[in-house]
Design a protein around this ligand. Sequence first.
Ligand SMILES: [Mg+2]
Length: 391
Amino acid sequence: MNIREIRTRVVRWKGKTVSIAPHFCTNPMDLLPLSTASMSTFTFHYWLIVEIFTDDGHVGIGNAALAPQVSKQVIDLYLKPILIGADPWDTELLWQHMYRKTMAFGRKGIVMAAISAVDIALWDILGKSAKQPVYRLLGGRTKTRIPVYASRLYSDELNKLAEEARGYKDAGYKAMKLRFGWGPADGAAGVQRNVELVRTVRETVGSEIDVMADAYMGWTLDYAKRMLPLLEPFQLRWLEEPVIPDDIHGYAELKSYGRIPIAGGEHEFTQYGFRDLLAARAVDYIQFDTNRVGGITQARKITALAESHSIPVVPHAGQMHNYHVVMANLNSPIAEYFPVVDVEVGNELFWYIFDGEPKAKDGFIDLDDNIPGLGLTINEKNLAENFEVIE
Ligand SMILES: [Mg+2]
């Protein structure tokens, strides 16, 4: 089996978007004196779809959501020449070739997102060729179903936040995650607003539901150390991305500073990045996203590394490329799940691009033993109606 063609398409949502409350989520730009809303940089209304076609008629599908226009260029210019004519079963050699060819300017960020999208498409082909779901190529089932946590609860008026949290509890979720709205620039008042968000969700759902909270890189070490003692009474399962990803020492300090488990890694890349996080004892949960970290070829190495450190892997974003990894990994107790909502920040866009993503029921998703590959198809009808193909 050989790779015959690769098609990369960047699509942009052109339908309506729902506007969201100011201060809906902290982010790294909050520290800057900007007049415009800083979160706009972190909304994702573009997506990259990658299709790899083989000479025997298989089509592997991968995707990337980090800077899709530039990821597309990386694939078209640098990765495609490696892949055309290659045997998709040589995933390890192909990964090493892509990684080493782009070493001088790659390693992390956009280039790794591009490599990830390709690698995911290759694994989809392997599953289809072997007539097996991908998780069966990775070790098979470690759970009858995958528990998922509802991931949204953007910072908002407290009554709206409570209503949303109650909705998840009623729908059967046993875990949910909220976003902090305030950071260092918002002073002592913002500290109190953050505490109110967590208190509202905890008091709404009671003590038998896991609650997590995400600062999305929007705090500093100093600020996180102010917040941690105030959050301790609410028994968070974890505090996510309290500082920027490069501040590994800050992570490690926070992990030993308080009693709230610290989670991170959705903006970290490859086994080398995670080796450093683990060696520094910087996180209690690892949250790589398979479509950023280097694809399934890297994800399986990092899960092995994490298991040997007794650090659970709970990938960012759910989606099929992560669910297959979670299913095959005993050390992944739960997965993230972005509920199906009208298009807002862009986290939910994949629901509109692909068919086959499992919908949560009673707080679980399942994968189908009888669907080969990753189980996704492209919803071309919706693409034509609601998206613009940029390039
Ligand atoms: Mg996150």
